[in-house]
Design a protein around this ligand. Structure first.
Ligand code: ATP
Ligand code: MG
Length: 260
């Protein structure tokens, strides 16, 4: 049974898509069979992993709203062992359309059921909101991975996210766990980053991953080449950080899914 991890934080630009793309790719390169689900209308995971808009036939929108099968949306990503359920701009309308559909919170979970066994890990990249799409991701997930940017205001909005997670745990998905809190865009040259990192660790002493993602130009420019940084520049600090994170994520589940 695949382990399903939602990458969520309603704050924009904290590194959700960068993490979903690079963690998926690092785990796939390590020998795991991985699915990346792009639940964001911006479809940054889809383009970031190297799949052009024009190449997308059936998107996750068609699955959630029009009832098409998940299998009809799956496409191989340019990384061996990695499949993609692509996002689309149409997802922008899905937030509203979902509201009037039956089993509106369970549509992603139910659509993924037939393919859960095919994968070791499934990552869902969420949009920057706590709307119906993110609710669908949290209802489908075993774990939520929360990227936090090491900047001022980093903790703002986190109590809201935690409230949502707890509400979903109580009402819709009792098995949902905090899979981990990830410090992203860490700039070692500034005191601020150190202070923010320390504060986040105080709030989440057991949840914060040891691996910290550094601020790196290579990470920022990789998507414009349609590649995860782990293939674009495997020896860069950003790539090494995501490979280290992949090991940590594997170890937390006690699963031998990353090869050395
Ligand atoms: P959104 O909320 O809009 O979906 P997001 O949380 O998915 O955003 P990303 O798209 O991953 O965030 O990152 C935001 C921007 O920061 C992007 O331009 C990305 O390339 C860049 N970025 C992400 N991580 C890093 C990093 N570690 N170092 C430098 N740039 C980064
Ligand atoms: Mg994103």
């Amino acid at each position: 049974m695949g382990r399903l991890i939602a990458v969520a934080n309603q704050k924009g630009g904290v590194g959700k898509s960068t993490t979903a793309v690079n963690l998926s790719a690092a785990l796939a390169l390590g020998g795991s069979h991985v699915l990346l689900v792009d639940l964001d209308p911006q479809a940054h995971s889809t383009s970031g992993i190297g799949v052009a808009k024009a190449a997308v036939g059936v998107s996750i929108y068609d699955v959630l709203i029009n009832g098409l099968s998940m299998t009809s949306a799956l496409m191989p990503a340019p990384v061996k062992g990695l499949d993609l359920a692509p996002g689309s701009i149409h997802l922008a309308g899905a937030e509203v359309e979902l509201v009037s559909l039956p089993r509106r919170e369970f549509r992603l979970r139910e659509s993924l059921k037939p393919v859960l066994d095919w994968y070791d890990l499934i990552f869902v990249d969420c949009p920057p909101s706590l709307g119906m799409l993110t609710v669908n991701a949290l209802v489908a997930a075993n774990e939520v991975l929360i990227p936090i940017q090491c900047e001022y205001y980093a903790l703002e909005g986190l109590s809201q996210l935690m409230e949502s997670v707890n509400l979903i745990r109580r009402k819709l998905n009792p098995d949902l766990r905090i899979g981990g809190v990830l410090l992203t865009m860490f700039d070692a040259r500034t005191n601020l980053a150190e202070q923010v990192a320390a504060e986040i660790r105080r709030h989440f002493p057991n949840e914060v991953f040891q691996t910290v993602i550094p601020r790196s130009v290579r990470l920022a420019e990789a998507p414009s080449f349609g590649q995860p940084v782990v293939t674009y520049d495997p020896t860069s600090r950003g790539a090494e950080a995501y490979v280290a994170l992949a090991r940590e994520v594997s170890a937390r589940a006690g699963q031998p899914v990353v090869a050395e």
